[in-house]
Write a protein that binds this ligand. Structure first.
Ligand code: ADP
Length: 459
């Protein structure tokens, strides 16, 4: 929580919003209560004044005493003011010498038949609610009756309400702080864990995984970091495997090169024929290395997306003829029959001619390489919608369980099989990548001991 910046930011926002709402609410409630108490008091005082006025108008001998008792009982002060402003009668706690609440304009209004009511603060700072009404004698206005009710108890009640409001507001504020702290912690903890995990992953600890605790954006982010770690781990493993494979692939021909070159250099041969045989092996192995390096380079370019295809309309029949012609010699050397058939009306295919030829050549070379006797049938099927190039051999076949892996780099069905036959283990990976770049698909059917059929469909 020490570096919980997001928590702090969130806290500031939540607390600020909360404070604004709290202040607004507090102010509104305070206003509501003040208005309520004020209007209550106004009504009460006005009602009292009306009672006193009725009493005063009865002009009984006991009136004055009754009014005094009633005023004392109601805790108000009353002033009976004559037209010239003299106090005829006074009762109550309020100092009778203080006349500052008697304003000439009000008095004039009362003697004209009006009532007045207003807030008043005496010189000593006490607040009162004052109401003034005329006292009638028959039709004429005899005097003005002022009733002064102290607002002290109302102020006390209001102050109690304010205290309660303040206390509950303060309690709510503390509660909000607590909730904010909990939320901020809950939000930031997984983020801090993710930060730690990504640092560990960056430092090479690719086995690091995060526990996904929620099905929200934070959970999805944790999932994405885990996926990234898995991908990086896979990438690291395949890279290590790849490097191991390359060194393994290169070591065999280089050992041959070194060995036979030394034999020739040291003159460890008996006949000129024997020497030529060794030189031929050196040539074959050098060729193999060349082939391997070329394939690797091609594959690396494709994997990095650094290969740009030049699309054009390609006459596949011409290209297949050319490729078949190139491999004819190899087929003849192994006594394999090579049969080419064209099905349907020839149409041109949109693709990169050089790369398409590479696909066709790789498949033809594999068919010859992994077939010891029998024949190789090549079809170019100009069907509706797509053009298929098909190579069918009567070779050793591929076990069904291994078919999904034969497009992996350096994958070999029997580990010694293709080296013995001179393959690099990269041919089908290149075919797959090129077919992907052409948006085509590959279909394989194979039976061990019977043969293999490779179909590539160009659209
Ligand atoms: P290689 O250069 O070793 O042939 P590929 O990537 O072209 O590598 O092929 C991968 C593996 O698939 C080969 O090692 C071989 O075992 C198997 N394979 C490919 N084509 C055929 C085929 N026509 N018949 C039998 N096995 C095949």
């Amino acid at each position: 929580m020490r570096n919980n910046i997001i928590g702090r930011k969130l806290g500031v926002v939540i607390i600020s919003v909360f404070l604004v709402v709290l202040l607004f609410l507090g102010f509104t409630i305070d206003r509501m209560f003040t208005n309520f108490y004020y209007s209550e008091m106004q009504t009460e005082t006005e009602e009292l004044t009306s009672h006193f006025t009725i009493m005063a108008e009865s002009q009984d001998t006991t009136t004055e005493q009754m009014m005094r008792t009633f005023a004392e009982f109601s805790n108000v002060s009353i002033f009976n003011i004559s037209k010239n402003g003299n106090v005829d009668f006074h009762s109550g706690v309020h100092d009778s010498t203080d006349r500052s609440f008697i304003r000439a304009a009000d008095l004039k209004g009362i003697f004209l038949g009006d009532s007045v009511s207003f807030d008043y603060k005496d010189p000593s700072g006490h607040r009162y609610f004052v109401t003034g009404q005329p006292i009638l004698e028959g039709e004429t206005i005899r005097s003005a009756l002022y009733v002064m009710a102290s607002t002290e108890s109302m102020d006390r009640s209001l102050s109690d309400v304010r205290n309660i409001l303040f206390l509950s507001g303060f309690g709510a504020f503390i509660l909000a702080m607590g909730i904010t702290w909990v939320i901020a912690r809950a939000l930031s903890r997984p983020l801090v864990q993710m930060q730690k995990a990504t640092r560990q992953i960056a430092a090479g600890e690719l086995e690091t995984r995060l526990t996904i605790r929620s099905k929200d954006e934070i959970g999805f982010l944790a999932g994405a970091i885990n996926d990234l770690a898995v991908d990086l781990q896979r990438y690291r493993d395949t890279r290590q495997e790849f490097l191991a494979n390359i060194s393994h692939e290169l070591r065999t021909p280089i050992t041959y090169l070194e060995g036979y070159a030394k034999v020739v250099m040291d003159g460890l041969y008996e006949t000129e024929e024997e020497k030529n045989l060794y030189l031929n092996i050196i040539y074959q192995e050098a060729h193999r290395i060349q082939h391997l390096v070329d394939d690797l380079f091609e594959l690396a370019k494709m994997e990095e997306g650094n290969i740009s295809l030049t699309f054009e309309w390609v006459d596949l029949s011409q290209m297949v003829d050319r490729a078949v012609h190139k491999v004819e010699l190899k087929a003849r050397e192994k006594d394999l029959k090579l049969d080419v058939q064209y099905i349907g009306t020839a149409v041109k295919v949109h693709g990169d001619e050089k790369r398409m030829e590479q696909i066709v050549m790789n498949l033809l070379e594999n068919a010859i390489r992994y077939t010891d006797h029998g024949e190789i049938k090549v079809y170019l099927d100009f069907g509706a919608g797509s053009v298929a190039f098909i190579v069918e051999d009567t070779g050793m076949g591929i076990p069904e369980a291994e078919i999904p892996y034969i497009f992996d780099r350096f994958y070999r069905v029997e580990k010694s099989r293709s080296r013995q036959y001179g393959g690099s283990g990269l041919g089908l990976s290149i075919v797959k990548k090129l077919m992907d770049l052409h948006g085509g698909k590959i279909v394989i059917t194979s039976k061990v001991g019977i043969g293999t059929r490779f179909e590539v469909h160009f659209t």
